[in-house]
Ligand binder design. Structure first.
Ligand code: T4K
Length: 400
C-alpha cells in the first residue's frame, strides 16, 4: 500500500493518519536537471567515494558562503561529529539545550560531555553570559546553534573563546544562505556545519557539510570521513564512513540551482503568516532581520498562554484536528531527553528561557509547495483557537 499521496505535493497521507495532511514538503525543484545528473552518474558508474558531483557540490557551497574549505558528508549529525573530532575537542563542551537532539548526541557520541547553556530570549541562540559562567578547566569548546536561521552572537562567543582558549563550532543546520552583519554563515568560529536533510532549505536527501577557513582542519575532516585513509593502502588516522554519495550530491546541486526560487517562496510564506497573525494576542511570529540574507525555511510562532488563553499544545492539537502538521521544534529541550535528563554534568545551570521557549514554540508548514491559501487555512485555525478559548480561559484565570 502506498503511504504517500503525491498530489497535490504539500499533502502527505501517512498510513498512521489515514487522511491527507498539510505539511511542509521537501524542496524538490529542478527535477529535470537532477534526473540528467542521475543519468550521468549511472552512465559513468561512479556512485560514491568523492565523485565529481560531490566535488562540485563542495565547491559551490564554499563559494556561496565564502569559506576556503567545504567537506561534504553523509548528514548534518556526522558533520558535527567529524568537526568536533577534527577540532580535537575534549572533556566538556558548552552548547544550548534548545536545539535538535542531534547537536548534543553528536558531541556525546564523540565521548564529549555536553554542558547545557540557556538561550538569549531575543535570538533563541546560546546565551554568551551564561556560557562564560559554565566554563571550567575541563571546557574545550563552545558549540552555538543558529536556531531557525537566526545567527548566534558570534562576537561575544569569539571573545570568550579568545579569553579562555576555547574552540568555537557552529551547528548551522538551519542557517545555510543566512548572514550576520552581511557576513555569510559558514565563515564564523573555527568551523560551521550544515545539514542538507530532505526537510532542509537545501536538500540532498541526506547530507551535510563542514565549512572552515582552516586548511589543516579540513584535511583532517576529509581523512576522517573516509576511514582515515590517505590512500587505499595508507591508513593515517582514526576515521569513519561519512561519505556523501553522488545521487545525494546531484539532488543538492539541483537544490542549489533553485535556491533563489525557494527563498522567494519561503519569504512570501513568512510575510503571509506574519500579516495573518499580526495582532493576535499571545501569538508572536519569530522575526527575521530583513537587512540580512535569510532562507526563511522556518516559520516559528511562540504561543504565550497567559496572553493567548491557549497554550502551544492546544494550538498544535487544533491544527492536527484540521489535518495541519506543525512541529514543536524543539521540544523537549535536550536537557530533558535521554541520556541527559539525569546527567549532572550536562545540567549544571538553570535553563528558564529554554524551558519557556521550548514550551511555546511551534514551526508551521512552509516551503514552495505551501500556498498562500494553505497559510490562510493554518492561520484561521490558530485565530479560531485563540479567539474561541481566550475569553473563557482568561475568565477562569481571573476568577482564580
Ligand atoms: N542540528 C540541528 C539544529 C538540526 O535541526 C538537525 C536536524 C541536525 C543538527 C542534524 O542534521 P541531520 O543529521 O538530520 O542532517 C527533522 C529532520 O529529520 C532533521 O534533519 C532536522 N534537524 C529536524 C529539526 O527535523 P523530524 O523527525 O522532526 O521531521 P521529519 O523528518 O519527520 O519530517 C517532517 C515532515 O516532513 C514529515 O512529517 C513529512 C515531511 N517529509 C519528510 C521527509 C523526510 C516529507 O514529506 N518527505 C520526506 O522525505 O526531523
Amino acid at each position: 500500500m502506498s503511504v504517500i499521496n503525491w498530489r497535490p505535493l504539500n499533502r502527505v497521507e501517512p498510513a498512521a493518519f489515514g487522511r491527507p495532511l498539510l505539511v511542509g514538503r521537501p524542496n524538490v525543484l529542478r527535477r529535470e536537471e537532477f534526473l540528467a545528473r542521475v543519468e550521468d552518474i549511472l552512465d559513468r558508474a561512479w556512485l560514491t567515494n568523492n565523485g565529481p558531483y560531490v566535488q562540485e557540490f563542495e565547491a559551490r557551497i564554499a563559494s556561496l558562503v565564502g569559506a576556503r574549505q567545504c567537506v561534504a558528508v553523509a548528514n548534518g549529525t556526522l558533520a558535527i561529529e567529524i568537526a568536533a573530532r577534527a577540532l580535537e575537542l575534549e572533556g566538556e563542551v558548552i552548547c544550548p539545550a534548545f536545539t535538535f537532539v542531534a547537536t548534543a548526541h553528536a558531541l556525546k557520541w564523540c565521548g564529549l560531555s555536553p554542558v547545557f547553556c540557556d538561550i538569549d530570549p531575543k535570538t533563541r541562540c546560546i546565551d554568551p553570559a551564561q556560557a562564560e559562567r559554565l566554563i571550567t578547566s575541563r571546557t574545550s569548546g563552545l558549540v552555538g546553534v543558529h536556531v531557525w536561521g537566526t545567527p548566534c552572537d558570534t562576537e561575544a562567543l569569539g571573545e570568550l573563546a579568545d579569553a579562555y582558549g576555547l574552540r568555537v563550532l557552529y551547528d548551522a543546520a538551519h542557517a545555510f544562505g543566512c548572514s550576520r552583519q552581511g557576513q555569510m554563515i559558514g565563515t564564523f568560529g573555527d568551523a560551521e556545519t550544515f545539514s542538507f536533510h530532505a526537510t532542509k532549505f537545501v536538500n540532498a536527501i541526506e547530507g551535510g557539510a563542514i565549512v572552515t577557513d582552516d586548511d589543516d582542519l579540513a584535511e583532517r575532516a576529509r581523512l576522517m570521513r573516509s576511514f582515515g585513509q590517505a590512500s587505499p593502502d595508507r591508513v593515517v588516522a582514526l576515521g569513519t564512513n561519512a561519505k556523501l554519495n553522488e545521487i545525494s550530491a546531484a539532488m543538492g546541486l539541483a537544490s542549489l540551482d533553485a535556491m533563489d526560487e525557494i527563498i522567494e517562496a519561503n519569504h512570501r510564506n513568512y510575510v503571509c503568516y506574519r500579516e495573518a497573525l499580526h495582532g493576535l494576542p499571545g501569538i508572536t511570529v519569530a522575526e527575521h532581520d530583513e537587512r540580512e540574507r535569510h532562507n526563511y525555511q522556518y516559520v516559528a510562532i511562540l504561543v504565550d498562554p497567559a496572553k493567548a488563553g491557549v497554550d502551544r499544545d492546544d494550538v498544535l492539537a487544533a491544527l492536527k484536528a484540521r489535518d495541519v502538521h506543525a512541529r514543536p521544534y524543539f521540544w523537549p529541550g535536550c536537557h530533558q531527553a535521554a541520556p541527559y535528563r539525569l546527567d549532572l554534568t550536562a545540567n549544571r545551570a538553570p535553563l528558564p528561557v529554554t524551558e519557556r521557549v521550548a514550551s511555546q514554540a511551534l514551526c508551521l508548514p512552509t516551503g514552495p509547495t505551501v500556498s498562500t491559501d494553505d497559510i490562510r487555512r493554518v492561520t484561521d485555525v490558530i485565530r479560531d483557537a485563540v479567539e474561541a478559548c481566550r475569553p473563557q480561559r482568561v475568565a477562569v484565570g481571573d476568577a482564580w
